[in-house]
Design a protein around this ligand. Structure first.
Ligand code: DHB
Ligand code: MG
Length: 242
């Protein structure tokens, strides 16, 4: 087995990258290994997973390992108030809401009313509808409306919505933050396509722009944690507001 990856100058473009060069590593089995060893998938999580699968909507939920990781981060920052952009079927919402203490609160925003309805059902089935508020609409409309309410700053903000406006979501997230607020952005590696400066895919361009903004904005300290496993090769950006 030859796992030698050629130097960048010999790789024409990430688009032409040969996955065979990454060798025969057991990425999926390792994801399952971590899941089996560490991750308690309770009935609420299993029920939501089954409902999202049955709904036949795209496979865009985070994995159980990632949900547990988000829960661990929420606990690390002692989150009481969480904001989520991109509810989708409510899977990550459930993981995050479960991390909250009794008086905790989670606001989540979703553009697609079908996804929002599915999420509402899943969140209710999980017994989390007292903690979670779903707001339906474009986040870029809902965020100014939220600002009008002068909410307390959020402790953690998870961004997993449409990718082209990720940088605008970042700027909004700063409006709802205090020093120490944790910002997490899903899908910022996109199977390495972010390496391609000529890419035309708007989703990839959106995360390229975000990654540059995170790296250069003095308001945050940020980096990216790449991941490989059930969600192929991707990663989350993690930032703390200074
Ligand atoms: C896509 C979006 C996601 O949030 C994700 O986790 C995976 C894929 C997408 O839009 O392609
Ligand atoms: Mg995502």
């Amino acid at each position: 087995m030859n796992n030698t990856i050629p130097p960048a100058k010999d790789r024409p473009s990430p688009l032409d990258y040969d996955p065979a060069l990454s060798g025969n590593y057991p990425f999926l089995a390792v994801d399952h290994y971590i899941n089996d060893l560490f991750v308690p998938e309770d009935d609420a999580v299993k029920t939501a997973t089954a409902a999202i699968e049955a709904a036949g909507i795209p496979d865009a939920s985070i994995t159980s390992n990632q949900g547990f990781f988000l829960q661990l981060l929420a606990r690390l920052v002692r989150a009481n108030r969480i904001l989520e952009l991109g509810t989708f079927g409510g899977y990550s919402t459930i993981w995050l809401a479960k991390s909250l203490p009794g008086k905790g609160r989670l606001i989540t925003m979703e553009f697609n009313p079908v996804h929002a309805a599915l999420a509402a059902t899943n969140i209710k089935a999980a017994g989390l509808d007292d903690i979670v508020e779903i707001r339906i609409g474009r986040a870029l409309d809902l965020l100014p409306a939220l600002q009008q309410e002068s909410p307390e700053p959020f402790d953690m903000i998870f961004i997993d919505a449409d990718k082209p406006p990720y940088t605008e979501y970042f700027q909004w997230a700063l409006q709802f933050s205090r020093p120490g607020t944790l910002l997490i952005f899903d899908n910022v590696i996109r199977e390495g396509l972010i390496l391609d400066p000529h890419i035309t895919d708007e989703a990839v361009k959106g995360v390229q722009r975000l990654n540059k903004a995170l790296a250069s904005d003095p308001a945050v300290m940020a980096t990216i944690i790449p991941s490989i496993g059930l969600k192929k090769f991707d990663g989350m950006a993690i930032a703390v507001v200074k």
